[in-house]
Design a protein around this ligand. Structure first.
Ligand SMILES: Cc1ncc(COP(=O)(O)O)c(C=O)c1O
Length: 397
C-alpha cells in the first residue's frame, strides 16, 4: 500500500522563538517613560547615553568617499590590506608566522560561522566544548553547522567567580580533534576573564589533549589594553599548531552595523594553512560570496595612516576608560556589587532571578536581559545613581 506523504510547504513551518535580546530592544522602544534605562543592548554608550561614530571613523569615511574610484568585486577574501593591517594588532609577535592566514568576514558573527564551518568540513564528529553561560548566539551557530556541543559550567553567578576547576575537568574530558570555544577577553555575558595563570593552564590542557581552540575575540581593547586583551590568543599560538580565531572590529571601531570582522586559521604548516584557507574561501563563497566593503575599507584607511591610527587608539582608550570607571563606580556603591570592579568589558551578570529582572522593568523602567546580564555602559551619567539604588533594592528583596 502506498503511504500518502503530505507535501511540506512554507505554510508548514513552525514559528521560531524570538531572540530575547532583540525582543528586549522592542520592549525598551515601546516604553514611554522618559527616564527608562536600557542596559540590555550590547553597544558602547558615552556619558550622554549615545553610541557616537568615532571622530576618526568619520574622517576615514570621508576620505573613502573622496578617493574610492570603483566598487568592483573584491573576491571572497574581501579587503586583503585590511587583514594585513589587523594582523599585528591581533597576533602581536606571531604576525610573521606564515602558518597563520586571515580573511575579512561580515563581523565576528560571520567569522564564527566560517570557523565552525571549517571544523565541520574537516571533522563532522568534532564536539565543541562551551562554557556556560556564553554569548547566546554561540549555540545556534554551532547547531547550524551540525557539530555536537558539550556544555560545562564556566561561572558562579552568586559569587561572581569562574568555575575554573569545572572548566579544566571538562576540557580534560575532551578528545583530540574536539574544539574548545574560548572568549579572548571581556567575556560576554559575565565579564569574568581568565587570569594569565588560568590561561596558561587552559593552554596546557588544550595543547596536551590535541584540542582545537576556537577563540572568539570581539572586544579587543575594551578590557585592559590592545595587547593585554590578546594575551590568551597569543599564548595559544605559542603552544598549539592548530588554532582558529574569530575577530570583530565592530565594537572597537564602533561600526556595529557595518559588519567588520576577520577569521584567522593556523595549521602546522604553511601549505596546510593554504589548503584550509581554500576550504574557508569555498564556504565563504557559498554563504555570502564576499563580505561588505565599506566598514573594512574605512578601518583599512585608519590603520594605514599613522596619525589616524594613533587617534583611533586614543578614542579606543576613551571607551575603555569609561567602561572601567563605570565598573569601579558601581562596585564601590555596594559590597554585593564589588565583583563588577574585578571584571572586564561591557557586561556583568547581576545575581537576580528572572522575576526580579522583570520587576525592575515594571517598577523602575530598567531593562536588562532575563539572565541578569547588564551593560555597564548602557546608562548615561545622569542615570547611574538611580540604577544603583534600584539594583540594591532588588538585591535586598
Ligand atoms: C562574544 C561575542 N562574539 C561575537 C560577537 C559578534 O560580533 P559582530 O557584531 O561583529 O558580529 C559578539 C557580539 O555581540 C559577541 O558578544
Amino acid at each position: 500500500m502506498l503511504t500518502q506523504t503530505h507535501p511540506r510547504g512554507l505554510a508548514d513551518l513552525e514559528p521560531v522563538a524570538e531572540d530575547s535580546l532583540i525582543g528586549l530592544i522592542a520592549l525598551v522602544n515601546a516604553d514611554p517613560r522618559p527616564d527608562k534605562i536600557d542596559v540590555g543592548v550590547g553597544v558602547f554608550r558615552d556619558g550622554a547615553g549615545n553610541t557616537p561614530i568615532l571622530k576618526v571613523m568619520k574622517e576615514a569615511e570621508q576620505r573613502l568617499l573622496d578617493t574610492q574610484v570603483t566598487k568592483a568585486y573584491l573576491g571572497s577574501a574581501g579587503d586583503k590590506r585590511f587583514a594585513e593591517l589587523l594582523r599585528p594588532i591581533l597576533l602581536g609577535p606571531h604576525a610573521r608566522d606564515e602558518r597563520i592566514a586571515g580573511l575579512q568576514t561580515p563581523g565576528g558573527c560571520g567569522a564564527l560561522r566560517l570557523g565552525f564551518e571549517l571544523i565541520a568540513t574537516a571533522n563532522p564528529d568534532a564536539r565543541v566544548f562551551v562554557g556556560t553561560p556564553t554569548w547566546p548566539n554561540h549555540p545556534p551557530i554551532i547547531n547550524a553547522v551540525r557539530l555536537g556541543m558539550v556544555e560545562y559550567p564556566y561561572y558562579e553567578r552568586g559569587q561572581g567567580i569562574i568555575r575554573f576547576e569545572n572548566m579544566i575537568a571538562a576540557l580534560n574530558g575532551a578528545e583530540a580533534g574536539d574544539v574548545a570555544l574560548l572568549h579572548g577577553c571581556c567575556h560576554n555575558p559575565t565579564g569574568a576573564d581568565l587570569s594569565e595563570d588560568q590561561w596558561r593552564e587552559v593552554v596546557r590542557v588544550v595543547s596536551d589533549r590535541g584540542l582545537i581552540p576556537l577563540i572568539d575575540i570581539a572586544y579587543q581593547g575594551f578590557g585592559r589594553g590592545v595587547d593585554e586583551d590578546a594575551f590568551g590568543v597569543r599564548l595559544m599560538l605559542d603552544a598549539c599548531d592548530e588554532v582558529i580565531i574569530a575577530q570583530s572590529c565592530d565594537k572597537n571601531f564602533s561600526v556595529y552595523r557595518d559588519r567588520v570582522g576577520s577569521l584567522w586559521v593556523k595549521t602546522g604548516s604553511a601549505s596546510g594553512t593554504k589548503t584550509a584557507m581554500g576550504h574557508v574561501f569555498q564556504r565563504a563563497r557559498e554563504m555570502w560570496s564576499m563580505p561588505p566593503d565599506h566598514g573594512a575599507a574605512s578601518v583599512h584607511i585608519i590603520l594605514d595612516d599613522a596619525e589616524l591610527r594613533a587617534r583611533w587608539l586614543v578614542e579606543l582608550k576613551g571607551m575603555r576608560d569609561r567602561i572601567n570607571s563605570m565598573r569601579q563606580r558601581i562596585a564601590a556603591a555596594d559590597p554585593r556589587l564589588a565583583f563588577i570592579g574585578r571584571q572586564y568589558g561591557m557586561f556583568s551578570m547581576l545575581p537576580l532571578s528572572k522575576q526580579q529582572v522583570l520587576k525592575l522593568r515594571e517598577d523602575d523602567a530598567i531593562y536588562m536581559a532575563d539572565s541578569g546580564r547588564f551593560n555597564v555602559v548602557g546608562m548615561g551619567d545622569d542615570q547611574i545613581d538611580r540604577f544603583i539604588a534600584a539594583v540594591a533594592g532588588a538585591l535586598d528583596a
